[in-house]
Design a protein around this ligand. Structure first.
Ligand code: UDP
Length: 343
């Protein structure tokens, strides 16, 4: 069984929630994180919620000079498997700095593979993204949909998926799940961990939350002339705790001796527009969310939501929390930690 799990990027937004669910499932974890876009305080909070200590290695998986010490630590930890979440994730930045994105994201995945090989661990869950689908498919999107990312960030996810498929074809002992996330939002219901963007948030929910708490004046809605029900973009928002549970379900699936590499959507299977999301957040927070209509954001697509039936069939997993729970939990985190982990 995959009892001892390496979690790269374990201090980040999704990673911290994944760590909490892994601890709850009885697994031991080694977090590898360089804290470039995360906060060490998240580790203390994971331990607080999980009521257990975790192992942490502060290291940069993309830095070749650190690879040997990372490999040694993963071996010493006696890892059985890994969840790989470390990487750069800002779409706009990836367009401006493509080489940095390829080097960091692909380099990190390769270093982790090397470490797992050295430890003899052949179970891996990879944090991929629905962005690999681009705008090529009808909704809801299935895993058989055509792939074609529209930016370098998305292509790093797609290329890593392909690398992992090659690894699994070369050695049948590998079991790999590429989890294609839709739009994770919300926070742990304790209000102790949540999303804490370093800069001005790129994503909709952290931006709305910062407007609600008074850190920002107003939301810009990027386009209201899309061919959607109210003209604003439609996305499949999924509660981050549901998403985290999907990772544990993927490991449980690999534990049943399922080998090879597969792609699995993690989404709620339902789309909400920007305006509907703003209205839901307003209800949950009881705060005003001033907004203006701004031009479309380059690279955005009109609408995407998941066919989540494969995860249900293979893992027995479905998203359970609705948009009101997503907003209520996101708001609790924002209200109780207005400046994130620095609060
Ligand atoms: N969006 C917006 N204003 C913002 C951030 C996002 O109107 O400040 C819109 C965006 O155009 C998209 C939706 O909200 O339709 C979700 O955007 P996000 O960046 O969170 O996710 P992604 O586009 O990567 O799916």
């Amino acid at each position: 069984m995959t009892k001892r799990i390496v979690v790269t990027g374990g201090a980040g937004y999704i990673g911290s929630h994944v760590c909490v669910e892994l601890l709850a499932s009885g697994r031991d974890i080694l977090i590898i994180d360089n804290f470039s876009n995360s906060h060490p305080e998240a580790i203390a909070r994971i331990e607080e919620i999980g009521e257990r200590n975790v192992e942490v290695l502060e290291a940069d998986l993309a830095d070749a000079s650190q690879a040997n010490s990372i490999v040694e630590r993963v071996k010493a930890f006696r890892a059985d498997g890994a969840i790989h979440l470390a990487g750069l994730k800002a779409v706009g930045e990836s367009v401006v700095q493509p080489a940095r994105y390829y080097q960091t994201n692909i380099g990190s995945a390769l270093t982790l593979l090397q470490a797992l090989e050295a430890a003899g661990a052949k179970s891996l869950v990879f944090s991929s993204s629905a962005t690999v689908y681009g705008e090529l498919n009808d909704n809801p999107v299935t895993e058989e949909g055509r792939t074609g990312a529209t930016n370098p960030y998305g292509r790093t996810k797609l290329y890593i998926e392909e690398i992992l498929k090659d690894v699994a074809s070369a050695d049948g002992a590998w079991g790999i799940v590429n989890l294609r996330y839709f739009n994770p939002v919300g926070a742990h219901s304790s209000g102790r961990i949540g999303e804490d963007p370093n800069d001005i948030p790129n994503n909709l929910f952290p931006f709305i939350a910062q407007v609600a708490v008074g850190r920002r004046e107003k939301l810009s809605i990027f386009g209201n002339d899309y061919p959607t029900r109210d003209g604003t973009g439609v996305r499949d928002y999924i509660h981050v705790v549901d998403l985290a549970k999907g990772h544990v379900a993927a490991l449980d699936y690999l534990d049943k001796d399922n080998r090879g590499a597969i792609d699995v959507n993690l989404g709620a299977g339902k789309g909400y527009s920007v305006l509907e999301s703003v209205a839901a957040f307003k209800r949950a927070s009881n705060r005003d969310i001033p907004y203006e209509i701004a031009p479309r954001r380059e690279g955005d697509i009109a609408e995407i939501y998941a066919d989540a039936s494969k995860a249900k069939k293979l893992f027995g997993w479905t998203a359970e929390k609705d948009i009101d729970a997503m907003c209520a939990d996101h708001w609790r985190w924002q209200r109780e930690n207005p400046e994130g982990y620095r609060s």
